[in-house]
Ligand binder design. Structure first.
Ligand code: DGL
Length: 275
């Protein structure tokens, strides 16, 4: 049995890299829906449909534990997958109680934010992530006295994918997006998107030392390690050959370059179709 990692595209490789750094011994299957990325501006129904197909594919690759690394899919689809689809899927396939789990990235990051924040938490993410209010709701459940201020930052994914990290344009865009959060004196900022760790240094530079910037890659890796420690019934069944497989729904020169930049020089993608 393997661990599946799903993202709308290749940004999830940034999260997977942090996970593998912490837990290299397991077998991982990565799936990036590169033919249909970005999910960030899509409707909830569409994101749910696409995510279901992806999780189904990963289940069929012997991944009983699937992590949705995509913030947009975690925000818009995870709850419905856990509450409605998973029980149905289990009935249809006769594997009820067979321990299939689907986890997302919102909860671990929210738990960390609740630990470190005293007053105000800022959240940046795609339009889908922000409009779902997933972070606001989860933080409200854990620590209702925290104020949560959100801003959608849709231009960051294309800028990061273009590699415009040090560019003046990116700095200007970041300053404009972050101004509203800086003006209200947040003490913690959640980077609510697979890609944003790439801009972490620049974001920290703008927000200043008084703001704790939370990077989901490191937090999700920590939380997975903790989860596996608490669930020995799952951990004991996981293959430990450090075998990593990468599936995508479209391959191009651009995607290959992103894979090499964000994961490793020798990343090899296999193209599959989701339905
Ligand atoms: N993976 C998405 C996320 O973390 C960003 C890219 C997209 O919009 O699909 O929200």
């Amino acid at each position: 049995m393997k661990i599946g990692i799903f993202d709308s595209g290749l940004g999830g490789l940034i999260i997977l890299k942090d996970i593998i750094k912490k837990l290299p011994q397991y077998d991982y299957v990565y799936l990036g829906d590169s033919a249909r990325v970005p999910y960030g501006n899509r409707s909830q129904e569409t994101i749910y449909e696409f995510t279901k197909q992806a999780v189904d594919f990963l289940f069929k690759q012997d991944c009983q534990l699937v992590i949705i690394a995509c913030n947009t899919a975690s925000s818009e689809a995870l709850r419905k997958i856990q509450q409605e689809w998973l029980p149905e899927y289990s009935n249809e396939t006769g594997v009820m109680g067979n321990g299939r789990r689907v986890l997302g990235v919102i909860k671990p990051v929210v738990e960390k934010a609740a630990q470190v924040s005293k007053r105000k938490v800022g959240v940046i993410g795609t339009k889908g992530t922000i409009s779902s209010e997933a972070y606001v709701k989860e933080l409200g459940k854990l620590k209702s006295q925290l104020e949560v201020i959100q801003t959608a930052t849709p231009l960051l994914v294309p800028l990061i994918e273009e590699g415009w990290i040090k560019s003046d344009i990116t700095k200007k865009v970041l300053r404009k997006y972050l101004r509203s959060l800086k003006n209200v004196n947040i003490d913690t900022l959640i980077l609510g998107c697979t890609h944003y760790p790439v801009l972490q240094k620049e974001i920290k530079g703008i927000m200043g030392k008084s703001v704790q910037v939370l990077n989901s890659g490191e937090i999700v890796a920590e939380s997975l390690a903790d989860y596996l420690q608490r669930h020995s019934e799952i951990e004991s069944k996981l293959a430990k050959n450090s075998d990593y497989k990468f599936y995508v729904t479209d391959i191009s020169q651009h995607y290959q370059e992103l894979g090499e930049k964000w994961f490793s020089e020798d990343v090899k993608f296999e193209k599959i179709a989701l339905k």
